[in-house]
Design a binder for this molecule. Structure first.
Ligand SMILES: NC(=O)c1ccc[n+]([C@@H]2O[C@H](COP(=O)([O-])OP(=O)(O)OC[C@H]3O[C@@H](n4cnc5c(N)ncnc54)[C@H](OP(=O)(O)O)[C@@H]3O)[C@@H](O)[C@H]2O)c1
Length: 290
């Protein structure tokens, strides 16, 4: 827990217990005395077996009215929002309309904090270091939806005086979503688009879990956006070459020869360290060469 932090709130609900939300709920269940409420759209746990200390409920924030959402989250005193649309749902339906409904429900709950997981795609695609307070919006629609959802969260929490934290996560990797899966060229002779020289902005799932837990422990006056990325921004071209070598495959082929490095955004993680006091378990994602 960060210095000066409050204890974890009791009765925490994790909305969207998927790749990130499920281990968050499991960590919370292991850390506290009160049961943790976790929801998925389907009402099933990712790997079938619900860990001890977790009460699992079905909740679809797009299909349910705010009153029904509030009923599903009854008893919660803090919310962690970790839903993602997958391939089946419209991003705007979930991130904007679903978030509106969730926030209307949240306004009726006695919340000590709301932690909302967003994405570094909410930041503009500029050739620069971007910090936690970057005010500029991205141009492309995916990121604009994320940024709009962030604004909904900030506005609603300000209106109802609910302490909030927005965690802007980099690309998540970890058990079951290994880095190698980011290496999309399945065939050895596949040609990958571009030159692969843009900086990466990634975060291991364990460190994202740490960030969520630390955010839940912040004192009530702390309300801010925190970029959640690791320290390593090695371009994909280099990472994929090392992964291929480790797997005994030829280095991937790219559409273009390498251009200058650091063309693209590099997301800074200052507040992750200064405010959340997270000590990264996986500061680098670059595999050792064989
Ligand atoms: N994955 C990444 O690389 C990445 C990068 C940046 C940010 N993020 C952010 O990190 C968070 C977690 O991502 P993730 O990869 O853990 O997602 P995930 O594995 O796809 O899990 C999504 C969870 O949300 C639930 N869900 C889906 N639609 C819902 C709805 N309409 N109402 C309520 N719950 C719904 C799912 O339930 P079912 O399984 O039953 O459908 C599942 O429990 C998201 O906020 C995402 O935007 C992820």
């Amino acid at each position: 827990m960060p210095a000066g932090a409050s204890p974890l709130p009791t009765s925490i609900a994790v909305v969207g217990a998927g790749f990130l939300g499920a281990p968050v709920a499991a960590a919370l269940a292991g850390a506290g005395d009160s049961p943790v409420l976790a929801t998925t759209r389907s009402g099933t746990w990712p790997n079938g077996h619900v860990p001890a200390g977790i009460e699992l409920r079905a909740l679809d924030v797009v299909a349910r009215a705010p009153l029904e959402i509030a009923a599903a989250l009854a008893g919660a005193r803090a919310l962690v929002v970790c839903y993602a649309p997958g391939k089946q749902q419209d991003r705007r339906d979930l991130y904007i309309e679903g978030t509106r409904r969730l926030l209307a429900a949240a306004a009726t709950l006695p919340l000590a904090r709301l932690v909302y997981t967003s994405s570094t795609s909410a930041l503009p695609d500029r050739d620069a270091w971007l910090d936690d307070d970057c005010a500029e919006w991205p141009d492309e629609p995916r990121g604009r939806v994320q940024r709009e959802a962030e604004e909904l969260v900030r506005d609603a929490c300000a209106r109802h005086d609910v302490p909030w934290t927005i965690l802007r996560l980099g690309g998540l990797y970890g058990p079951g979503r290994e880095l190698f899966r980011l290496y999309r060229g399945a065939a050895d002779d596949a040609v990958l688009p571009g030159d692969g020289m843009q900086p990466t902005n990634l975060i291991h799932r364990d460190d994202a879990v740490q960030a969520v837990l630390a955010a839940l422990s912040l004192p009530p006056d702390q309300r801010s956006v925190v970029n959640v990325v690791d320290d390593d921004h090695t371009p994909r071209r280099e990472i994929f070459a090392r992964l291929a070598a480790l797997a005994g495959r030829p280095p991937p082929r790219w559409e273009r020869p390498p251009g200058p490095a650091a063309i693209g955004k590099q997301v800074g993680n200052a507040r992750l360290k200064t405010l959340l006091r997270v000590s990264l378990l996986h500061p680098s994602h670059t595999p050792e060469s064989p």
